[in-house]
Design a protein around this ligand. Structure first.
Ligand SMILES: C[S@@+](CC[C@H](N)C(=O)[O-])C[C@H]1O[C@@H](n2cnc3c(N)ncnc32)[C@H](O)[C@@H]1O
Length: 294
């Protein structure tokens, strides 16, 4: 045994403690809480992950029982804080710059046409479920590039919303590991990023100033004052929801879209949905629609 290990007495320092067994009935209670509050449906296969994460939080708080922890999370201000923190861990936040290239090509074509029609119009773009900001900054870069190529001033802003406060902090910070940007064209890197500490890249301040980040639960869209959007991107979020809820959310997003606006969804994220105000974009690589002008 090495010196460090023999210095640790299990009773004084750490000792391996298995996570607290979560019964299927207890798992269902947590499944229901997550689905009713944020819409996310968690598969039973994720029970071990739940068990491990909840156990570590319960131990930190000195709670030994899932029912007690449930009460803790669902009551008062401390509960709301704990819930927000839990969401940061329980939601999937994987994202990438220009994650689905054809969707961004559709956006570029749409914006080019819009500014040709009216170069003075102020355009509002929205990344719904923006995670750590890569999608929102990709919208901003696309808009800036369209204006630059047309030699026109930039009149646009990007809303970036998510339920995770942790993801939003990262979006506001705008600092990314080099692996996250290495696939980007070097001219985009030069124009919209600068070298930051230890192999990380920082979003250029002019681009960052275009972003407005806010915490928003898409289940509360009906009560959100956001409206008059010209572009809405909602990708890799609806897949976690039940089918009827996906359609419900999309119907509400249509209400937030300006006539002539563009809605872009992740391919395959919703089937058999149509809306009387929408015209599908004729490109089978994307799932996108424009709103009819009355
Ligand atoms: C997999 S990421 C997708 C990020 C980005 N849209 C993309 O396509 O790369 C899903 C994001 O949705 C967020 N999310 C999950 N449930 C949400 C809800 N009810 N309201 C708003 N955002 C939610 C998560 O926090 C996460 O950041």
């Amino acid at each position: 045994m090495d010196a460090i290990a023999t210095n640790i007495e299990p009773s004084q320092g750490w000792s391996f403690q298995p996570s607290i067994e979560m019964l299927p009935s207890e798992f269902r209670v947590w499944q229901h809480l997550l689905e009713s509050r944020v819409g996310i449906v968690i598969d039973i296969a994720r029970r071990p992950f739940f068990q491990t994460h909840l156990t570590s939080r319960m131990r930190a708080l000195g709670i030994n029982d899932y029912a007690d922890y449930y009460r803790y999370v669902t009551q008062g201000v401390t509960g709301a804080r704990e819930w927000a923190d839990l969401l940061n861990h329980l939601t999937t936040q994987f994202t990438q710059f220009f994650r689905h290239i054809p969707s961004f090509e559709t956006l570029e074509a749409y914006l080019s046409q819009r500014i040709q029609l009216d170069s003075e119009a102020a355009l509002s773009l929205w990344s719904v479920g923006c995670s750590s900001g890569e999608e929102a900054y990709s919208l901003a870069i696309t808009a800036s590039e369209v204006c630059r190529k047309a030699d026109l001033p930039e009149h646009y802003g990007v809303f970036a919303t998510d339920i995770s406060s942790h993801a939003l902090s990262n979006a506001r910070l705008g600092i990314y590991a080099s692996e996250k940007v290495q696939h980007l064209d070097s001219s985009l890197l030069d124009r919209y990023f600068s070298n930051h500490a230890e192999g990380t890249f920082s979003i250029a301040s002019a681009l960052k100033a275009r972003l407005c980040c806010a915490r928003l639960n898409v289940l509360e869209l009906g009560r959100t004052p956001i409206s008059g959007m010209d572009v809405i991107f909602c990708q890799n979020l609806l897949i976690y929801f039940r089918r009827w809820l996906r359609k419900d959310i999309l119907n509400q997003l249509v209400n937030k879209l300006n006539p002539g606006g563009l809605l872009v969804i992740g391919v395959g994220e919703v089937n058999g949905w149509s809306h009387p105000d929408l015209i599908p974009v004729a490109d089978e690589r994307v799932l996108a629609f424009t709103r009819r002008v009355a």
